[in-house]
Design a protein around this ligand. Structure first.
Ligand code: NAD
Ligand code: PPY
Length: 356
């Protein structure tokens, strides 16, 4: 790929830095600051190439813009990717602290046009470390004055999304339905527990076998990670990583609803069209998983109480209802309908500021 192809992107800003000592690449992408300073988490992972890290940061930043807009939050969209030289678990603590320090220095250079928070492989303790060097960080621990982990609020929103989607698809309540959760991490574990409490039969999968013991004890059926995309279920809840639904997967999935926590679940727009044609209702990820942003921005920017944050996360069910109504009325995919809602909000804010 040429440098032009690598960097060709419709967002506002790309920042990259390499640190020879730790071997880490740092990427920050600001997709949009139209609705407010860009915000979105820091993902630490291994990437096959710098191109792949840049592409992931760009797609994730774009999803944050949409998430903030549909959730009526006064922030834009951005994301950070730290491309690690080894799996996160193999990075020694001293190197990891240095990596976080460098990332914090980069955030300071952006001077508040981008605020970060936790994402895959970063947590509140890491946000506390960033906060030793920068103030542009959400999701510090509660002891350090932050909003703490957003995982439960995200799970509550995803659970509401699952219920609203099952209802819209004509499946009724979750009682007796089969829900397949891919990824029993911080969010997926709670989604599984909430769905089980609502009477669903749970199928669960995780590549980390240590995460499965608790699920087994609760009576959930464990399936192999490789069987997830071919196992029959009513609701498929992807709560691990993005890009799981390719066009080929969409043509073969054996379920009625897809609603989960992972960002950028659809590998491309075409996959969404195939799901739609096959009558599989897809809850757009940036609507379903907005609970995390609601938690962090609600608590730390808007000063919302815990109960307001909870109400707003529960409101994700109603937001999805609006998305499905537009999609039905316009015979569009739910993804296209949700993007239209997001664009309407950006338009409203722009017109209001022109009139001010
Ligand atoms: P996590 O790291 O705690 O959990 C992810 C789980 O998925 C882990 O247990 C991991 O072992 C498992 N996994 C990875 N690959 C897998 C595979 N191929 N098959 C089955 N399991 C696999 O992360 P999390 O905080 O629970 O977040 C899950 C997803 O939700 C991520 O994509 C994240 O970006 C997204 N998300 C999280 C939040 C939040 O508040 N935490 C908010 C919005 C979106
Ligand atoms: C996400 O929701 O995907 C995030 O990245 C979490 C987040 C939300 C808002 C600010 C910072 C991080």
């Amino acid at each position: 790929m040429s440098i032009e192809e690598t960097l060709e992107w419709d967002g506002e800003l790309t920042v990259t830095r390499f640190d020879r000592e730790t071997g880490a690449w740092f990427v920050i992408r600001l997709d949009s600051t139209v609705l407010g300073p860009a915000a979105g988490g820091t993902r630490a992972a291994q990437y096959p190439t710098l191109d792949a890290a840049l592409a992931d940061a760009g797609k994730l930043a774009g999803a944050m813009t949409l998430k903030m807009a549909v959730s009526n939050l006064p922030m834009g969209g951005g994301k950070s990717v730290i491309a690690l030289p080894a799996p996160r678990k193999d990075i020694d603590p001293k190197s990891w602290t240095r990596i976080l320090e460098i990332h914090a220095e980069n955030l300071n250079k952006l001077n508040g046009s981008y605020w970060t928070g936790p994402d895959v492989n970063t947590n509140s303790a890491d946000m506390d470390v960033l906060n030793d060097t920068t103030r542009f960080v959400f999701g510090r621990s509660i002891e350090r004055g932050g909003a703490g982990s957003s995982a439960l609020t995200t799970a509550i929103g995803v659970f509401e999304a699952i219920k609203a989607s099952a209802h819209h698809r004509g499946l009724g309540t979750l009682d007796g339905l089969t829900v397949l959760v891919q990824g029993l991490g911080a969010v997926g574990g709670s989604v599984a527990a909430l769905a089980a409490d609502a009477g669903a039969r749970l199928l669960v999968a995780d590549t980390d076998r240590e995460r499965l013991g608790h699920a087994r004890a609760l009576g959930h059926t464990v399936i192999e990670p490789d069987d997830v995309l071919t196992t029959r279920c009513d609701v498929f809840a992807p709560c691990a990583m993005g890009g799981v639904i390719t066009a080929n997967v969409a043509s073969n999935l054996d379920c009625a609803v897809v609603a989960g926590a992972a960002n950028n679940v659809l590998a491309d727009e075409y996959a969404g069209e195939i799901l739609n044609k096959r009558g599989i209702l897809y809850a757009p990820d940036f609507v379903a998983n907005a609970g995390g942003a609601i938690h962090l921005v609600g608590r730390e920017v808007l000063g919302w109480s815990e109960s307001t944050v909870h109400e707003r996360a529960v409101g994700i069910g109603e937001s999805l209802g609006r998305v499905f109504a537009i999609s039905d009325a316009e015979s569009s995919t739910p993804e296209a309908a949700a993007k239209k809602l997001a664009a309407g909000r950006a338009q409203q804010v722009s017109s209001a500021s022109v009139g001010a």
